[in-house]
Design a protein around this ligand. Structure first.
Ligand code: TRP
Length: 329
């Protein structure tokens, strides 16, 4: 089981950090993938105008990247109200201190209070990990493919499951993180690729803007001339490492040789960027073509059907939870 908040179009960080892993496991495992729209509301409750279209755009990207509704369950969290009931019940046994000590919460609070208008010191945002625990536990999921940044949340899910089982008897499965050998994908400016930094390359970037982004990409500030020795990898001389090189590692099978050329001052950044751009053309075009195969109605149908399937599974877990808590007649 895994999920993503519907932030709209996905970027290369999402693709290499999570989505490729999802696609690669759908043949082998019984998978549930959630559009976590309630989680979106925890920080953006005052901006819901684009929620519907962001859900659409994100699911289109999932499909184009190869997620197949015939092989996995793709659903929208808010269409599976069972998550809300489990969230409520789990909130009864979750000590406040677990949430208040959650590093992600502390960091986001500091970060978001600087930039966003909405007051996010809300009950809902503090309870973010409880909702995520409900997402996972309601499917009895034992494996959760998530990036490094989600590990604290997963740890809270495990603790909640353990505490619940201690109180009411073993009903819930303790989930484990499924390691994703996530590639580091820096943004165009060398920082972590993130929508909030405005440094993303979208999976479906159109050729013109792709070219503009590639040519403006962060490389190695110590190189004034093409013949200066370069520092492609993160190192003291170039702490973030070259963003162009990071993409060569993903899209150029000859990336090691390229790194050597760069270190030797045998290739300049301009031609290295041009080469990268040529290598991105084909995979990007394949994505664009695939994405055009689906329309909004198809996406709606997939979510509808997925949510029905998800509800069937969720209802079973919820029933055993109710029984364990003596909430059944
Ligand atoms: N919190 C996750 C993120 O921001 C999204 C998410 C919601 C999730 N529910 C989940 C991830 C359940 C894994 C399992 O990326």
């Amino acid at each position: 089981m895994s999920g993503m908040r519907p932030t709209g179009r996905l970027h290369l960080g999402n693709l290499w950090g999570a989505l490729r892993k999802w696609v690669s496991i759908q043949d082998e495992y019984e998978c549930y993938f959630a559009v976590a729209d309630w989680h979106m509301l925890t920080t953006a409750y005052d901006r819901t105008e684009d929620l519907g279209s962001n859900v659409q755009e994100m699911v289109l990207d999932w499909l184009a990247a190869g997620l197949d509704p015939a092989k996995c369950v793709i659903f929208r969290q808010s269409r599976v109200p069972e998550h809300a009931e489990l969230h409520l019940l789990l909130s009864m046994v979750t000590p406040l201190s677990w949430l208040e000590n959650n590093p992600t919460w502390k960091e986001s609070l500091a970060e978001l209070s600087k930039t966003k208008h909405a007051d996010i010191r809300t009950h809902g945002f503090l309870g973010y990990p409880v909702l995520q625990a409900a997402d996972i536990l309601i499917y009895g999921a034992d494996l959760v493919p998530v990036g490094q940044d989600q590990l604290p949340h997963l740890e809270i899910s495990r603790e909640i499951a353990r505490r619940f089982n201690g109180l009411y008897g073993g009903v819930l499965v303790e989930p484990r993180a499924m390691p994703t050998e996530a590639a580091r994908v820096p943004g165009t400016d060398g920082r972590k690729m993130s929508k909030s930094y405005g440094n993303t390359v979208d999976i479906f970037e159109e050729p013109d803007s792709l070219e503009a982004k590639a040519s403006g990409m962060y490389t190695d500030p110590t190189r004034a001339r093409a013949t200066d020795p370069g520092h492609p990898e993160p190192c003291p001389e170039n702490p973030p490492g070259c963003s162009v090189f990071a993409l060569h590692k993903l899209y150029n099978p000859g990336w090691e040789a390229r790194g050597a050329e760069c270190r030797a001052g045998a290739i300049g950044c301009v031609s290295c960027k041009g080469d990268l751009l040529r290598r991105l053309e084909e995979p990007f075009e394949a994505f664009r073509v695939k994405r055009r195969l689906y329309d909004a109605r198809t996406v709606e149908g997939i979510l509808q059907e997925g949510s029905v399937k998800a509800r069937q599974k969720a209802a079973l877990t919820l029933e055993s939870v109710r029984k364990a808590m003596k909430l059944t007649p």
